[in-house]
Design a protein around this ligand. Sequence first.
Ligand SMILES: Cc1cc2nc3c(=O)[nH]c(=O)nc-3n(C[C@H](O)[C@H](O)[C@H](O)COP(=O)(O)OP(=O)(O)OC[C@H]3O[C@@H](n4cnc5c(N)ncnc54)[C@H](O)[C@@H]3O)c2cc1C
Length: 89
Amino acid sequence: MYGGTCITIACVPTKALVYQAEHPDRRLGEAAWFEQAAAKKTALAEAMRARNFEMFDSPETSTVITGRARFAGPHTLLVTDAGADRAAG
Ligand SMILES: Cc1cc2nc3c(=O)[nH]c(=O)nc-3n(C[C@H](O)[C@H](O)[C@H](O)COP(=O)(O)OP(=O)(O)OC[C@H]3O[C@@H](n4cnc5c(N)ncnc54)[C@H](O)[C@@H]3O)c2cc1C
């Protein structure tokens, strides 16, 4: 969850849904409205996650490694499930 809970499942998606409930597209039936609201909420969260990933991954001083991490030493993380296992110090 690049960007954490707030963007992915908390502040942003809930407020996106609240906003759309307060500003409904009256041309849509309830089911179509819900489908559209959910799609907009997901698109917003995905765009923000992608932006966060870019911010984390683009500086020369940082590289995002997606996987499961554990300390292999005081200054070394071992990341598994990351395609090929990688050590980062
Ligand atoms: C429904 C909902 C609505 C909310 N709305 C608002 C709001 O409107 N305004 C507001 O200010 N706050 C809101 N909050 C609270 C807000 O989401 C949290 O305060 C905020 O996300 C905490 O940020 P954080 O960086 O401390 O932790 P998080 O954003 O939760 O980041 C922790 C990250 O660490 C990762 N992680 C956890 N354990 C491990 C582990 N063992 N190994 C590796 N990674 C791990 C998690 O996957 C996560 O990505 C809301 C919360 C909820 C649930």
